[in-house]
Design a protein around this ligand. Structure first.
Ligand SMILES: [Zn+2]
Length: 87
């Protein structure tokens, strides 16, 4: 188990937060955090164009990267909309 997970703890469903949310009832709470770009603290927070987008579930805190078509139908994360207290 990576240190990152122990520090942040696990969401209510017990799955690591970097796995995609599998609860269809959460889908209205899915938001695009980074649309079609890479955005990482490891490269100095530079934004690099990518086919992948980062999606976050506000209901269970899962955050994952995907290039699936449904990203185009999801709204962007609005300022102050995040549920996590630690971000
Ligand atoms: Zn969820």
């Amino acid at each position: 188990m990576p240190d990152e997970m122990t520090k942040r703890g696990l969401p209510a469903d017990g799955r690591p937060t970097w796995l995609a949310c599998l609860d269809r009832t959460h889908r209205p709470r899915w938001r695009v955090v980074v649309r079609k770009a890479n955005h990482s603290t490891f490269n100095g927070r530079k934004r690099t164009p990518s086919r992948y987008s980062e999606v976050k579930c506000l209901a269970c805190c899962h955050t994952w990267r995907t290039k699936a078509a449904y990203v185009d139908e999801l709204p962007d994360l609005a300022p102050g909309e995040t549920r996590d207290a630690d971000e």
